[in-house]
Design a protein around this ligand. Structure first.
Ligand code: EPZ
Length: 439
């Protein structure tokens, strides 16, 4: 087992490159099952969850090979429809093979994903949607089986804008007969990226990114090449790393419009965050300005300056475009060292405060009241041995460790490897005193 040791007190400075999005890569990898062809995906992050999804696809008969930042997936010989418990239990997103297998092979047998540290996380919305599409759903022995030779397009209403249910049902609808409408759909950027990928394979999807997604079923989808969006939660985590250390960093490769709610909250707290053209000159070049059409959106960077004292602000997590639940733990780490009182309310998951007890060990002053945490900014945090419980809680402990006095030792860092590519390297390049050691 390994642990991460951080000596707090360094202001982060410099440039950090943001990797491809974990939560776009996983559904898009599953979507390759909808074709009998070869797909090449780029900007794929090297993460444990991506490796797990590759294993799930191989179990189903696909050939998956990693190149530098590319992933080549050949689904020509996919003929198995069972996703086994030993893989699904390690990663809930394995459940995203359900929709593609049902649409392509007419049946699927997938282990129930089981809960995880942040809540029970049922899949009732997925299964109800499959039934609306004509599938027969049966459960037994911890597995769910769906079957239907030829799905029929339907009107589906999601009681909650579930990201996974929207993705699973949108994928299944691409090969269903006729039209499918998903109402109250999730609107996350990862849904839009998945829809763009599916349309590039030949699907007919409109409305992704709004709460109504319309799909007209087609006969078949073809393999294609595709580059996925950057990871907005990784980007948000580094923005908070700059804020908590009163640093001054530049993020490359992130998309600022995916981070609006987080940036609005950080502006309210007093953190300066701007996006500007990547070129050294920050003004539009003369010939480009005179060229008439609006300046091509060249690569842009996000600059974060946290010089000024920041103040506590309240936050309530909501489905996109609201404040992301995946940034709640990281924001709490920032508020635990910010003067004032911040009320942080978690509305998406029923148990996503596992990081609170560990932050308390570092001297934070946090009281949980139902689905809210009342965070009273402490003058300082002190380094301590702490334990990661889930992916984003681990990130919150790293952020607290960056600013705590003394050494913080974080164990169970396998949670971190699921969703943050080379985080120790990226943070040390920004000046953090951080290392990964064998326990
Ligand atoms: C996706 O999980 C993300 N994972 C999560 O990111 C993210 O926190 C979540 O969406 C919300 O934004 C991936 O994209 C791989 P949901 P998902 O279905 O699809 C309830 C991370 O840290 N629900 O939108 O599982 C569910 O219990 C991870 O990167 C039902 O009740 O999330 C939860 O309370 C963590 N029935 C809420 O909806 C269902 O059938 C949101 O779940 C489905 C969901």
């Amino acid at each position: 087992m390994e642990k991460i040791i951080i000596t707090g007190g360094e202001r982060l400075k410099g440039r950090v490159g943001i990797s491809g999005s974990k939560n776009a890569a996983l559904p898009i990898m599953a979507a390759t099952l909808l074709t009998n062809g070869v797909t090449t995906l780029s900007n794929i992050p090297r993460l444990k969850d991506v490796t797990t999804m590759a294993r799930v696809l191989r179990t189903l008969g696909a050939k998956v090979e990693f190149r530098e930042k590319e992933l080549k997936i050949d689904t020509t010989n996919v003929d198995r429809f069972l996703a086994p418990y030993n893989l699904v239990k390690t990663m809930r997103a394995s459940f995203l093979v359900f929709g593609p297998l049902l649409a392509k092979l007419g049946k699927a047998r997938v282990s129930l994903p089981g809960g995880c540290a942040i809540g029970s996380r049922p899949v009732d919305l997925h299964l109800r949607g499959f039934e609306e599409l004509g599938a027969e759903v049966s459960m037994g022995g911890g597995y769910t089986q769906v079957k239907r030779d030829g799905l029929i397009g339907a009107e589906i209403y999601l009681d909650f804008p579930s990201v996974g249910a929207t993705e699973n049902l949108m994928m299944a609808a691409t090969l269903a007969k006729g039209k499918t409408t998903i109402e109250n759909a999730a609107k996350e950027p990862e849904i839009v990226d998945l829809a763009n990928f599916l349309n590039k394979m030949g699907a007919k999807i409109k409305g992704a990114g709004t709460d109504t997604i319309r799909t007209i079923g087609v006969k078949e989808l073809k393999g294609t090449d595709y580059s996925i969006i950057p990871d907005r939660i990784e980007a948000g985590t580094y923005i908070i790393a700059a804020a908590i250390t009163k640093g001054d960093i530049i993020l490359e490769g992130a998309k600022i419009d995916h981070l609006e709610s987080l940036i609005t909250k950080l502006h309210e707290a007093g953190v300066e965050i701007e996006d500007e053209p990547a070129s050294s000159t920050s003004t539009v070049d003369a010939e480009e300005a005179s060229a008439g059409p609006p300046m091509r959106r060249r690569e842009r960077v996000i600059k974060v300056k946290a010089r000024r004292r920041i103040k506590a602000v309240d936050v309530k997590t909501m489905p996109y475009p609201g404040f992301p639940t995946d940034m709640q733990a990281q924001f709490m780490a920032l508020m635990s060292i910010t003067p004032g009182i911040s009320i942080i309310t978690e509305t998406v998951f029923e148990n996503r405060f596992m990081h609170v007890s560990e932050l308390l060990r570092m001297g934070a002053d946090i009281k949980i009241e139902g689905s809210s945490a009342v965070v009273k900014g402490a003058k300082s945090l002190s380094g301590a041995p702490v334990m990661a419980t889930d992916l984003r809680a681990s990130a919150a402990l790293i952020l607290a460790g960056l600013v705590a006095e003394g050494k913080t030792e974080i164990s169970r860092i396998y949670h971190l490897d699921r969703g943050y590519e080379r985080i120790v390297e990226k943070l040390s390049n920004l000046g953090a005193k951080i290392e990964r050691v064998k326990q």
